[in-house]
Write a protein that binds this ligand. Structure first.
Ligand code: SAM
Length: 333
């Protein structure tokens, strides 16, 4: 049986976590703990080809391999993360990583076999107990947050879920008795969710880009579960949410990559994100926690973070409510 970390190593880890990302990296490297190689775009295809080989035999081994490297961050980043120049810098980085001339939300399509996915959707089809466990923990944590949040959502509250993908959370919500509208840009996922759902009276699947979605009647809550970071205009989406959700309704950002980063926001540079962007063209943004608080604040929201502490990976929810005191400084997350 593995030993739990001692109190002193927990305190040391917390102190290291408070350092700027680059300082954390050099410290970890000098302690021999950060073994991630920095690679250039020229090396990308070669590294990803190795991962593709491993994915065909083991999801866990491929993910472990992708954790061993990251892309070198370009140094020409404009200072103001809310400026047009900064946004253009993020698109340039996307083009570089994806190898594509432009981004459109049609790039978000996922190749899968419908019949197989009805029987065995992601994460089960990975055959990895770790990936399945992480997904169940993340969903469980989010569902607890939905039930325990200040707004205490109970069925048959109306919830809009953006980017439901395979529909696992969608079906959890419907099975719990919520009335769910699922807004998904990939038509094959829309078909899959409809096919998997056995209570169609509680489900409305809308094939649309989340940025184009308009609510006829405001919802009680909105949820992004690993989907907000695919949005091509996150500030625009945050503004739209004021029309989509009722005035005291919560927004849940679950398992989104809001973390300590070396830059405020933009394409993530870790191996798994590089793999997804290069292979499929998906937009894999990441947000520095401080920037995310600022982005919420400038668009009229106030967020607070709820972690379960069970897993360090995905059991992470940011609950945002309409900000009634817009002068406050960004809450620490
Ligand atoms: C990483 S998957 C997450 C799926 C699911 N929420 C989960 O966690 O299992 C991201 C999902 O967002 C969808 N998506 C990406 N961009 C979108 C957009 N602009 N509008 C609506 N859905 C989008 C993708 O098609 C995909 O289903």
């Amino acid at each position: 049986m593995g030993r739990s970390p001692s109190l002193s190593s927990l305190i040391a880890r917390q102190m290291i976590d408070r350092l700027p990302v680059e300082a954390q990296r050099s410290l970890k490297r000098s302690l021999g703990r950060d073994v991630r190689r920095r690679i250039s775009v020229a090396d990308l295809d070669r590294e990803l080809l190795k991962a593709a080989d491993v994915f065909s035999t083991s999801e866990d081994d491929a993910r472990a391999l992708l954790e061993t490297f990251e892309l070198d961050l370009p140094t020409d980043r404009p200072p103001d993360p809310f400026s047009d120049r900064y946004r253009e810098w993020t698109w340039e980085l996307y083009r570089l990583i994806s190898g594509r001339a432009t981004y459109s939300s049609s790039n978000e399509a996922s190749p899968f076999d419908l019949e197989r996915a009805i029987q065995r959707p992601f994460p089960f089809q990975t055959g990895s107990a770790t990936v399945v466990g992480d997904d169940l923990v993340a969903r469980g944590h989010l569902l607890r947050c939905i039930g325990n949040s200040r707004s205490r959502l109970t069925p048959p509250a109306r919830i809009v879920e953006f980017g439901p993908g395979w529909g696992n959370l969608t079906l959890d919500l419907v099975s719990t008795g919520f009335d769910v509208t699922a807004v998904e840009v990939d038509e094959s996922f829309c078909t899959l969710i409809d096919e998997r759902c056995s209570s169609p009276e509680l489900l409305n699947v809308v094939h649309a880009d989340m940025l184009d979605f308009v609510a006829d009647d405001p919802y009680d809550a909105a949820i992004f579960f690993e989907s907000f970071h695919h949005c091509s205009d996150h500030l625009g989406m945050l503004k739209n949410l004021h029309e989509i959700v009722r005035p005291d309704g919560p927004i849940f950002f679950a398992s989104e990559p809001v973390q300590k980063m070396a830059y405020p926001w933009g394409p993530r540079l870790d191996g798994l994100s590089l793999w997804s962007t290069r292979t499929y063209g998906w937009l894999e943004l990441g947000f520095d926690s401080h920037y995310f608080s600022q982005a919420l604040e400038t668009t009229g929201w106030k967020g607070h973070r709820i972690r379960s502490g069970v897993s360090q990976r995905r059991d992470d929810v940011i609950l945002a409510l309409r900000d009634r005191s817009s002068k406050s400084s960004p809450a620490a997350m």
